[in-house]
Design a protein around this ligand. Structure first.
Ligand code: SF4
Length: 281
């Protein structure tokens, strides 16, 4: 006998994901002058904005989405757009227009490629200078222009992603928090820490927000050649961006360091992706 089961999907509101109690160190939400949401373009950052807007009901006039480009100035032709997805700029414009919230796009003076060549090495999990120089420091420098201001920073890390992220606190003072003459309050909250990947995706769908096109090819909206990408993800992006892929492999030769290693041994990108075994067509 066959049994037909019908599942009814319940649409969940962003209000379902607000923290039951905000950390005691925080100000009442209405006391913040500005709320910054760090937006990579990935689904987690979309969910963070939706929870801020529709969960905590932060007025959109107070919210700024802030994106850090790792390839630096997009108008500087001397900088190759090697790590940022080419679709990201357009996607950020779409998000800004759809949510009616300004998107601030910022970058450092050096691109990630320049940083890697300068240091003669690729970043890795122990020395993740890509994130620290190209994202963390760029945001910190930008936010230091605001004095006499109360800022709430929201970022989209989730515990489900890694044990390292699960161990992080949901609230902390940001490194740019400065009492005294600067009078700059910068409180850092991770409001979707307990959300699951499936909930994040569903929330975006429930509010009619399309996801970044890169999800067609990779599971995370990271750099297109991220140091944490799997072999199959790098195979995908190598097919999508063959010229950049060749350039990246040449970079390994130029600096004498490989992006990937396994069991303490260097693995060239060709070896890591088993390129010699890939079908040509
Ligand atoms: S996405 Fe990957 S490569 Fe890019 S900054 Fe983050 S860790 Fe580094």
């Amino acid at each position: 006998m066959s049994v037909n089961v019908m599942y009814w999907k319940t649409k969940r509101s962003a209000e379902d994901y607000v923290l039951p109690v905000l950390p005691s160190e925080m100000l009442p939400l209405h006391e913040y002058d500005e709320v910054h949401v760090n937006v990579s373009g990935g689904a987690d950052s979309v969910a963070t904005v939706l929870v801020a807007l529709h969960g905590y009901h932060i007025p959109k006039e107070k919210i700024k989405m802030v994106h850090m480009r790792v390839d630096g100035d997009p108008n500087d032709k001397s900088k190759r757009q090697l790590f940022d997805w080419p679709q990201t700029d357009e996607y950020l414009q779409y998000l800004s227009k759809t949510l009616d919230i300004p998107m601030i796009v910022i970058w450092g003076h050096m691109s990630l490629e320049e940083r890697i060549r300068d240091r003669g090495m690729f970043p890795d999990s122990q020395c993740r200078f890509c994130t620290s120089y190209q994202k963390r420091d760029v945001y910190a420098k930008w936010v230091r222009q605001f004095d006499d201001c109360k800022i709430l920073l929201l970022t989209g890390e989730r515990s489900e992603e890694s044990t390292e992220r699960a161990a992080k606190k949901v609230f902390q003072l940001h490194s740019t928090h400065a009492v005294g003459r600067k009078n700059r309050i910068v409180h850092w909250l991770k409001p979707i820490k307990d959300m699951l990947k499936s909930q994040v995706r569903q929330l975006a769908a429930d509010y009619g927000i399309e996801l970044h096109p890169c999800y067609e090819w990779v599971s995370r909206c990271s750099c297109k050649f991220c140091i944490f990408n799997t072999s199959s993800e790098l195979q995908q992006t190598s097919r999508l961006f063959p010229e950049d892929w060749e350039y990246l492999k040449q970079m390994e030769h130029d600096i004498g360091h490989t992006m990937k290693s396994k069991d303490g041994k260097s693995h060239s990108l060709s070896a890591f992706t088993k390129e010699d075994q890939l079908p040509l067509f």
